[in-house]
Design a protein around this ligand. Structure first.
Ligand code: NIG
Ligand code: FE
Length: 410
């Protein structure tokens, strides 16, 4: 069995404080890391490093778990650059452009959609992302939702059925009929390719009753729950997600005190604590608040207040929301920098949220941390510390990525 040693590490972010690391990120210095068969098998003082078949010299760079991007919409055709330009000139974001992308996606070939998914997945990987959730939601017919998920499943196990993105034009004025389609034949066709079900619970999309119906039937079909909630205004989404035991409620831009309390109570009940990394992560029943600052950047909206959530004890994740309308970025480093500058997160909190937090949002214990036994998904930075991800925004600091222990070509 071939082994690979990563050494000359400037700083190792483990996200495992209990292992003797320093602070919430479980920082360790002077250590090396051994990979075998796609797994981390040893971390210890570099001077005791075992012999290995191959070696990667980190050249004093920081080594972090690969980013876990727990919210992305990659199966689409076309772009909406003109809509972005209009927003920057003062137009508001309403989500109405989703139907434009639905038209383009339905008209695209499987290979065109596949090319886009691969291009964006590769783009994300070059920036350190090693786990990526991918949603459907631009097909909105039985056939187009199933093929979107089939294509997404070619590159990730974290696939999400978002048939309830908006009511498509052919069902205008008949939302109940469309929800019936989503809960019936569309779910049946999509479920074999999906791990999760999601609903855009927002005025102009789906109300709480529709969201509850879709999530409940999705859960009965064996899917885990997630929700787009409280993005464009206050609403019932966050509390519905907590009530139903969703793994994550995403956006969380407009929150009442009751929303924050509900999220905090779910984190406490679960034993996890607010992104401080102090638990093993083995019990993951709480609902994570996944914040998507790329969307606020690209829609020129106020950013969510991460500090308020963290101070209340809520578990926070960061993700890109990569999509052609509200957030056309695949860059987790960009989201980390925005979270630090605009959302009152410390650099350590933002890095934790983009790695271990994303893993919590996907209820995964094998990624987002570095300790023996987990998947060897990691990045090596051209910088000595994780601080540089926010300190040097816009700079391509990710020098090397290992995915399942395999060095990725740049
Ligand atoms: O998460 N809010 C709903 N869905 C996406 C936007 C999709 C689009 O504008 O095409 C989001 O921001
Ligand atoms: Fe989204």
């Amino acid at each position: 069995m071939s082994s690979l040693l990563v050494d000359n590490i400037g700083e190792l972010v483990t996200n495992v404080p209990a292992a003797g690391g320093d602070g919430p990120l479980g920082l360790r210095r002077g250590v090396a890391l051994l990979v075998e068969a796609g797994r981390v098998v040893w971390i210890g003082p570099a001077r005791y490093a075992p012999a290995a078949d191959r070696r990667i010299d980190a050249e004093g760079g920081a080594v972090l778990p690969g980013f876990v991007d727990s919210h992305a919409h990659l199966v689409f055709a076309g772009d909406r650059a003109a809509e972005f330009a209009a927003r920057m000139a003062g137009e508001p974001y309403t989500g109405g452009g989703i139907r434009t992308t639905v038209g383009a996606t339905r008209a695209a070939s499987d290979d065109d959609l596949r090319d886009t998914v691969h291009r964006l997945r590769d783009e994300a990987m070059r920036q350190g992302t090693t786990t990526m959730e991918i949603k459907s939601g631009y097909g909105l017919t039985v056939v187009d939702e199933a093929r979107s998920l089939r294509i997404a499943a070619e590159v990730t196990a974290e696939t999400t059925f978002l048939g309830a993105h908006v009511v498509p034009a052919e069902y205008a004025g008949r939302p109940d009929d469309y929800v019936g389609l989503v809960c019936g034949p569309m779910l049946t066709a999509a479920a074999p390719y999906a791990r999760w079900v999601d609903v855009f619970c927002e005025r102009g999309a789906f109300d709480a009753d529709h969201a509850r119906a879709i999530l409940t039937v999705g859960q009965s079909a064996g899917l885990g729950l997630r929700l787009h909630a409280n993005q464009l205004g206050p609403g019932p989404g966050v509390r519905l997600g907590v009530e139903l035991g969703a793994a994550s409620v995403d956006h969380c831009t407009h929150l009442s005190d009751a929303d924050v309390n509900a999220l905090a109570d779910s984190a406490t009940a679960d034993g996890s604590t607010a992104g401080d990394g102090s638990t093993s992560g083995d019990r993951q029943a709480g609902t994570v608040a996944t914040l998507l600052p790329g969307a606020e950047f690209s829609t020129r909206s106020p950013y969510p207040d991460a500090r308020r959530l963290l101070d209340a004890g809520v578990t926070v994740a960061l993700a890109t929301d990569c999509n052609p309308g509200s957030s056309y970025t695949s860059s987790m480093p960009f989201c980390v920098a925005l979270a630090v500058r605009e959302m009152r997160m410390t650099p350590a909190e933002a890095v934790w949220a983009a790695t271990a937090g994303g893993a919590r949002a996907l209820r995964r214990t094998d990624v987002g941390v570095l300790r023996p036994g987990v998947r060897a998904d990691l990045m090596i930075l051209d910088a000595p510390s994780h601080l540089h991800l926010a300190y040097r925004p816009g700079v391509p600091l990710v020098r090397q990525v290992l995915h399942n222990g395999v060095p990725q070509c740049r």
